[in-house]
Design a protein around this ligand. Structure first.
Ligand SMILES: Cc1cc2nc3c(=O)[nH]c(=O)nc-3n(C[C@H](O)[C@H](O)[C@H](O)COP(=O)(O)O)c2cc1C
Length: 372
């Protein structure tokens, strides 16, 4: 099933193995510009008719929350990304860009003129965070966005999506997961606004809907996906995450998007376990009936559990995150039923080429051509 073709919106794919967005903090400084090393990394992981969702990419300077993450708001960034998309297309692959604003998960050292990060409400997230000089610092209490500033975000995302298409991307994904800005609006623990963007469920999903519509305006619905993490860390403080997410997913379904991308609960994020057998609710299983379109599931899958999820109809395609980091030729390895290499956590977010483009591919003797 993993190797059966699928249409994901406007994209005709030859298999259902997706590379999900993976922040690797290796853009060129200054300017957070994608460059040749990034193009090489993505080209290594591209496959004929396969889909890559490129790493979270800030839509504007205030959207940045980590050092050396790429943006899509300057001309140099658009040109840098073009090198990446050309390299992936040359291998017959498709690539969409994940559009990101971190909201309160930033630090003043990243912000224009050293201002405070912005968020739905002036509520600090717990814990430590990277500052621009790569040290760990406590998260600051953000500034609450004015209503007119929230309304203006649609323009920022529309422009970012336009830039992404200019850079050669085949589509865009709205990052509405993992505790970042759009999710901060969804959750009452981070959103205590009293205007039209806070309070009731329709109000808390308003930004999600407006940004989705902005991306549709720029790219067309069949080139837009949305990523949600219904079991992310912020949700633990929520009264009713299931109700919130069911409502959000049903509202999104009216947009006829290319896909919905759901992250499975973190507890199951071990690639060699079967999340279903642990008795943990699966996001894709839980929300399948609310989403009539293509559903991509991510989080803790191995090739076997991926096959199972697809054959049960729980998901239409599966994203493999850490396995794609460690196995540049993951698609070939799964096809040839070869062993998968382990990842090195220490180089996830730093290391230049080390732990990035130097994971070896399958020895030639095991390549699908040789086995055939
Ligand atoms: C190093 C690293 C970076 C990540 N960066 C992003 C990101 O930029 N955007 C995002 O939505 N998820 C991000 N994730 C989450 C992955 O896309 C994926 O959902 C997660 O790794 C679970 O899948 P896996 O068990 O197959 O690794 C990241 C995960 C890792 C390990």
């Amino acid at each position: 099933m993993l190797f059966s073709p699928i249409e994901i919106g406007a994209l005709s794919l030859q298999h259902r193995i997706v590379m999900p967005p993976l922040t690797r903090m290796r853009a060129k400084l200054p300017g957070n510009v994608p460059h040749t090393l990034n193009a090489e990394y993505y080209a290594q992981r591209a496959s004929a008719g396969g889909l890559i969702i490129a790493e979270a990419t800030q839509v504007c300077p205030s959207g940045q929350g980590y050092p050396a993450t790429p943006g899509i708001h300057s001309e140099a960034q658009v040109n840098g990304w073009r090198e990446v998309t050309d390299a992936v297309h040359a291998r017959g692959g498709k690539i969409v860009l994940q559009l990101w604003h971190v909201g309160r998960l930033s630090h003043s050292s990243f912000q224009p003129m050293g201002q405070l990060p912005v968020a739905p409400s002036a509520i600090a997230a717990p814990g430590l965070h990277f500052s621009a000089d790569w040290t760990q610092v406590p998260l600051e209490t953000p500034r609450s966005l004015e209503t007119h500033e929230v309304m203006a975000l649609a323009d920022v995302y529309r422009e970012a999506a336009t830039h992404a298409l200019e850079a050669g991307f085949d589509g865009v994904e709205l990052h509405a997961a993992n505790g970042y800005l759009v999710e901060q609006f969804l959750l009452s623990s981070a959103n205590q606004r009293t205007d039209q963007y806070g309070g009731s469920l329709p109000n808390r999903i308003r930004l999600l809907s407006e940004l989705t519509q902005a991306l549709i305006d720029a790219a067309g619905a069949d080139r837009v996906g949305v990523r949600l993490s219904p079991f992310g860390f912020g949700q633990r403080e929520e009264d009713a995450p299931l109700i919130t997410y069911r409502y959000a997913i049903r509202a999104l379904s009216e947009h006829k998007l290319a896909y919905l991308h759901l992250i499975e609960p973190r507890a199951s994020m071990s690639p060699l376990t079967d999340s279903a057998s642990e008795g943990i609710p699966s996001a894709s299983e839980l929300f399948r009936s609310d989403w009539p379109g293509v559903l991509i599931a991510a989080g803790g899958y191995d090739p076997k559990s991926a096959e199972r999820a697809i054959s049960r109809g729980q998901a239409d395609a599966i994203a493999f995150g850490r396995l794609f980091i460690a196995n540049p030729d993951l698609v070939d390895r799964i096809r040839a039923d070869q062993e998968l290499a382990p990842w090195h956590r220490g180089t996830f977010y730093c290391g230049g080429a080390s732990g990035y483009t130097d994971y070896p591919g399958l020895p030639r003797a095991h390549s699908p051509e040789a086995l055939a």
